[in-house]
Design a protein around this ligand. Structure first.
Ligand SMILES: [Cu+2]
Length: 138
């Protein structure tokens, strides 16, 4: 009887966990963006785009997986590697091939780019899921 109840509760708990994970994935980058624009307005701070290299259920991923920046001006990318191993961050079109130390923030200077979509990948681990850089007209 107890087993039956536990079996019934487990899928519900799993669903709740999945929903919480999805909300976190959506909310965290949005919160970072909000903080960034508020700081930019009040202090005239340079535009910093925050990215995370992390591991979700055994898969190495970049969050956000689509990194959006304005065209024609250099940007600073702040990439936090939350894992316990170094990861790469490569944008071939910008000649960026950075190595992100484990558990640290690493800054990469992105040069002014033409509008377009550019592949982003980890040059250290081919299975590491890729991302894309979307450069848009401001
Ligand atoms: Cu990697």
């Amino acid at each position: 009887m107890v087993c039956l109840v536990v079996q019934m509760v487990c899928p519900v708990v799993q669903m709740v966990c999945l929903v919480v994970q999805m909300v976190c994935l959506v909310a965290l980058p949005a919160a970072a963006e909000h903080r960034e624009s508020a700081a930019g307005q009040s202090q005239g701070a340079p535009d910093v785009v925050e990215i995370v290299s992390t591991n979700v259920q055994g898969k190495n991923v970049f969050i956000p997986s689509t990194i959006v920046v304005g065209a024609g001006k250099p940007q600073t990318l702040s990439i936090f590697n939350t894992t316990d191993t170094p990861h790469g961050f490569a944008i071939d079109a910008a000649e960026i091939h950075a190595v992100l130390p484990a558990g640290e923030e690493h800054r990469v200077e992105l040069p002014a780019m033409q509008p377009g979509i550019y592949p982003v990948h980890c040059q250290l681990h081919p299975p590491h899921r890729s991302a894309r850089l979307l450069v848009v007209e401001d």
